[in-house]
Design a protein around this ligand. Structure first.
Ligand code: CAA
Length: 286
């Protein structure tokens, strides 16, 4: 294995995305510090990584040695500043709240080395706002991963007006070491992936709401008719209805386009705790 472009990486947030990101960074040879606010969250993230690697062993895709080597490169903590201090790259994957993300980067900019790259996994928020007031805006970039992170080939890199070319080059090279194909997108609402993907998902929910077809048949239309690996309703279940609702509300506000208005059915399901796969019930029972 060639040396990882970023030998030490801090991943902030040990949820679905953070755990997946920590895993692929460790697979690429980086030492990874996975941080979350409680030990319970961190342990849950680590268990997710362990499960994925074990399934890989069971499928014959991963050797026991590879599993153990990846796990040995991941340490965990609840100390955010401590996690970031020795890293050359910090990847933030905390909930999609602008003030939370911005506060974290402002705090960490003072703690990390001046050339430490600061990256956010936000799936739609303005990177200019996420990094507003952060010292060293040239080192700030969006690194948008896709769920399930270890299996999805895309890495969407989002540059602000301030992101430097060397930072884009370094993160692009690292993305390839992670086994991803990077694309480069300008900081704009929903970037390339969420703007298209969320629009399709919301329209599918509107169609279900107005009785056009069943969830299964709407999904089949896209899977069998358009070659999508998964239909838009099942995918919304996988991502989480709450996550997609937050993105939809944000995009409806930023882009003057009725396609981003969240359907009532979606709001009702989120209010009832039907969040998709993670809650056991969404458009499907999991
Ligand atoms: N370890 C190693 N390999 C594994 C593995 C594991 N634990 N689990 C699965 N794999 C491998 C399989 O062996 C298989 O490999 P081959 O292709 O070589 O046979 C491959 O990964 C696919 O796995 P499966 O056959 O089990 O599953 P699948 O074919 O049904 O694919 C999927 C699963 C990749 C999730 C596919 O359904 C898919 O691409 N779905 C769409 C997902 C998507 O769109 N995600 C984006 C969501 S949006 C987002 O994330 C952005 C956001 O901001 C919220």
């Amino acid at each position: 294995m060639s040396e990882a472009k970023f030998p030490t990486v801090a991943v902030l947030g040990a949820g679905t995305m953070g755990a997946g990101i920590a895993q692929v960074c460790a697979q690429a040879g980086s030492s990874v510090v996975l941080q979350d606010v409680t030990d319970e969250f961190v342990q849950r993230g680590l268990a997710r990584i362990r499960d994925f690697l074990q399934k890989g062993v069971d499928k014959g895709k991963t050797t026991v040695e590879q599993r153990d080597a990846v796990l040995s490169r991941i340490t965990t903590t609840t100390d955010r500043a401590g996690a970031a201090r020795g890293a050359q790259l910090v990847i933030e994957a905390v909930p999609e709240q602008l003030a939370l993300k911005n506060g974290i980067f402002r705090e960490l900019a003072a703690v990390v080395a001046p050339d430490c790259v600061l990256a956010s996994n936000t799936s739609s928020l303005s990177l200019a706002k996420v990094f507003a007031g952060v010292a060293g805006p040239a080192r700030c970039i969006g690194m948008h991963f896709f769920n399930p992170v270890p299996l999805m080939a895309l890495l969407e890199l989002v540059r602000t007006d301030a992101t430097s070319a060397p930072v884009i080059d370094a993160v692009t090279a690292y993305g390839r070491q992670l086994g991803k194909e990077p694309i480069l997108v300008k900081d704009s609402p929903g970037f390339a992936s969420s703007r298209l993907g969320v629009c399709l998902g919301l329209e599918a929910i509107r169609m279900l709401e107005s009785g056009v077809a069943s969830a299964e048949d709407i999904d089949k239309a896209m899977v069998l008719g358009y070659g999508h690996p998964m239909g838009p309703l099942k995918l919304t279940d996988l991502v989480g209805l709450d996550v997609r609702l937050a993105i939809a509300d944000y995009l409806a506000q930023e882009l003057d386009h009725p396609g981003f208005r969240a359907p009532e059915l979606m709001r009702r399901m989120v209010a009832e705790g039907k969040l998709g796969k993670k809650s056991g019930q969404g458009f499907y029972r999991w």
